[in-house]
Ligand binder design. Structure first.
Ligand code: AP5
Ligand code: MG
Length: 228
């Protein structure tokens, strides 16, 4: 199962990626998480990515594509993978297509998570992430039992630098300008499924898994339908 999650900042890509990838026993690969790990380790890549991320802009395609190419060459992706936050531009999508063509392993499905902008702002302004295990919490919608501590591992929770109001607004603009065109791109390719990503997290997970399984079962049909 080779799949991509596409959706605005705060659509719940990271939250759902964890449960969906567990269900299909494949690795979830987030370019945002790879960049943040490099920033924490103060690598050259991290230094390069940080100024774009802090501004709410995209890291240049030539940097991002190389990272994904290397990651997809790792053997844990043999049974498949779930990409969260990549591709994010049409050139990235084209390059992903080329990489997978060479490997002889085309994408099976692209799942769009739909959510409105007001909900995005509510979600991102309350998000807290565990510094140790990466689990994502929300101060209001999914609070840990001890404020500032992760229930999963006891790690310290932090607020992302790009979850500040001005940067959230900029990220939404960037999404509309540069990433939203991917929805049409993948619809044309017959790979797109869309679900509403609002409501309880576990209900959205069920919806996502059903849409993905349905997409794979109906592969080869000429008219794949949205299930939203
Ligand atoms: P990235 O880390 O990918 O950020 P993003 O796309 O902006 O998305 P987020 O991680 O903010 O949101 P999410 O959809 O994962 O939501 P989450 O599940 O956390 O990228 C960061 C930056 O890196 C980019 O801006 C760019 O600079 C760079 N970058 C990354 N990839 C790149 C690429 N391919 N090319 C170029 N640059 C790239 O949920 C959010 C919150 O909502 C959480 O608190 C969660 O608990 C809560 N929540 C989730 N679901 C629900 C629900 N159903 N109800 C209530 N609350 C919910
Ligand atoms: Mg995320």
């Amino acid at each position: 199962m080779r799949m991509v999650l596409v959706g605005a900042p705060g659509a719940g890509k990271g939250t759902q990626a964890k449960y969906v990838a567990e269900h299909f026993t494949i690795p979830a690969i987030s370019t945002g998480d790879i960049f943040r790990a490099n920033i924490a380790d103060q690598t050259d890549l991290g230094k390069k990515a940080k100024r774009f991320m802090d501004a709410g802009d995209l890291v240049p395609d030539e940097v991002t594509i190389g990272i994904v190419r290397d990651r997809l060459a790792q053997p844990d992706t043999d049974p498949g993978f779930l990409l969260d936050g990549f591709p994010r531009t049409v050139p990235q999508a084209e390059e992903l297509g080329n990489i997978l063509d060479v490997m002889g392993t085309p994408l099976d499905v692209v799942l769009e998570l739909k959510v409105d902008d007001d909900e995005v702002v509510r979600r991102l302004s309350g998000r807290r992430t565990c510094r140790n295990c990466g689990h994502v919490w929300h101060v209001e919608f999914d609070p840990p039992s001890n404020e500032g501590r992760c229930d999963e591992c006891g790690g310290e929770l932090f607020q992302r630098d790009d979850d500040m109001p001005d940067t959230i607004r900029r990220r939404l603009e960037v999404y509309a300008e540069q990433t939203a065109p991917l929805v049409g791109y993948y619809r044309e390719a017959g790979l797109l499924r869309s679900i509403i990503s609002e409501g309880a997290v576990d209900e959205i997970t069920t919806r996502a898994i059903e849409a993905l399984e349905h997409a794979v079962e109906s592969q080869g049909d000429s008219q794949p339908a949205d299930v939203s």
